[in-house]
Design a protein around this ligand. Structure first.
Ligand code: IMP
Ligand code: MG
Length: 179
């Protein structure tokens, strides 16, 4: 385990298993559809890469980058698009791959923006959904893990841009000497 972590919550194996099951479910649900999986950089990139490899259908991938104003650990709900999609989603079956659903504010904004571009369908696959009060309600069609209301890192999730490369997910120690 990384020395800055207090505890591992989800092992590499558990995550792999969960992502594979989600991919299999998506494969069943999206037969005959025009699927495009969109991920929100940077956190969801690792999840997206694993998820699409377990979807056995013809599909497209695209990326968006957004930034929420305010501190890293708390979402403000004001979202700025840093990088937009490269392709049109009109008439397509869009699935947003998200790393973690916390307050819901980021996703809510994103759903609204994408909805206005007339996709045929628009759904969310999130790897983690944090337990606790949501400031914005968004229906996530696919949820990997319902996780405790703690700040977690690894498998794409960062603290100050670090720890994204950890293959597992855990909780940071209160005191970190290496930062
Ligand atoms: P929301 O708008 O509050 O749902 O925030 C979602 C975004 O905040 C995620 O896409 C993450 O980038 C970040 N975030 C929320 N909780 C955590 C966490 O526990 N660890 C790392 N990033 C988090
Ligand atoms: Mg982040």
């Amino acid at each position: 385990m990384h020395p800055d972590l207090e505890e591992i919550l989800y092992t590499e194996e558990e995550i792999k298993d969960c992502v594979q099951k989600m991919g299999a479910q998506i494969t069943r649900d999206y037969q005959g559809k025009d699927l495009i999986v969109i991920s929100v950089l940077r956190g969801a990139a690792i999840f997206m890469a694993d998820l699409v490899r377990s979807i056995e259908l013809p599909m497209e991938m695209d990326f968006m980058a957004v930034s929420s104003y305010g501190s890293a650990a708390k979402s403000s709900g004001v979202v700025r698009i840093i990088k937009d999609l490269s392709s049109s989603i009109e008439g397509k079956d869009v699935l947003i791959a998200e790393d973690i659903f916390d307050s819901g504010l980021t996703l809510k904004y994103l759903m609204k923006t994408l909805h206005s571009r007339s996709p045929r369908s628009l759904e969310v696959a999130t790897l983690f959904c944090k337990e606790g009060k949501k400031e914005a309600e968004v229906d996530c069609k696919y949820i990997g893990f319902n996780c405790p209301d703690r700040f977690i890192v690894g498998y794409g999730l960062d603290y100050a841009e670090r720890y994204r490369n950890l293959p597992y997910v855990g909780v940071l120690k209160e005191q970190i000497d290496t930062l």
